[in-house]
Write a protein of this length. Structure first.
Length: 175
C-alpha cells in the first residue's frame, strides 16, 4: 500500500508520459481511461452511442470550418490534472505533425471539446476545463446535456467561439 506522501506526489510530465506509454501496452485495460496528476488510473464507462454521434458531428463540423484535424479521444498531457482525454481535440495540420507517436500524448492543443453525459459531475468538468486552460489550450467547448454550447477561455465563459466556430447540432440528439 502506498504511503499518503506517495499518493500526494504530483508526477512530472515525463513520468506521466512513461506511465501512459506502459498502460498503452496493457491489452487487459479497457480503452477508456485517464491518469490523475499522481499517476492514478481513472476508468470510466464506455460512452453511449448518442454521445459518440454528437462527438462525430462536432468533429466533422470543426474540420469543415477550421481545416486541420479534429480527433476523437486524443490523450492530452495537462500541467495540473495529469493525462486527460477530451472527447475531441482540434489543432491545425502543422501542429499535428509534432505530436510524437511514441508517447502518444498531445501537448497544449488549440481547442478541445467535452460532450457531457448524464454521469458527469460538474465539479469534475470544471476541474478539467481549468486544467486544459492552465495547460495552454486556447478554448474548451462544453456541450451540455440539452445541447447548450459553452466556450471557455482564459477570460471566462462565452456563448460564441474565438475560433468563429458555428456549430449546428441536431436537436433530436438531446431529447
Amino acid at each position: 500500500m502506498k504511503a499518503m506522501s506517495d499518493i500526494a506526489t504530483v508526477l512530472s510530465p515525463e513520468e506521466l508520459a512513461q506511465i501512459w506509454a506502459e498502460l498503452a501496452q496493457n491489452d487487459q485495460l479497457p480503452d477508456w481511461y485517464e491518469l490523475t496528476e499522481h499517476g492514478e488510473l481513472i476508468m470510466g464507462p464506455k460512452p453511449s452511442n448518442r454521445h459518440q454521434v454528437i462527438c462525430a458531428e462536432v468533429a466533422y463540423q470543426l474540420r469543415a470550418q477550421l481545416g486541420g484535424k479534429a480527433v476523437p479521444e486524443a490523450a492530452v498531457l495537462t500541467t495540473s490534472a495529469g493525462v486527460r482525454v477530451p472527447d475531441i481535440v482540434w489543432m491545425p495540420e502543422d501542429k499535428w505533425k509534432v505530436v510524437t507517436i511514441e508517447e502518444g500524448l498531445v501537448h497544449a492543443p488549440d481547442f478541445v471539446v467535452e460532450v457531457l453525459s448524464p454521469g458527469n459531475r460538474q465539479v469534475e468538468i470544471n476541474y478539467k476545463v481549468q486544467a486544459y486552460l492552465a495547460s495552454g489550450i486556447q478554448e474548451v467547448l462544453v456541450v451540455g446535456l440539452n445541447g447548450t454550447l459553452e466556450f471557455y477561455r482564459q477570460d471566462g465563459v462565452h456563448t460564441t467561439s474565438s475560433f468563429n466556430v458555428k456549430l449546428s447540432l441536431p436537436p433530436h440528439l438531446f431529447q
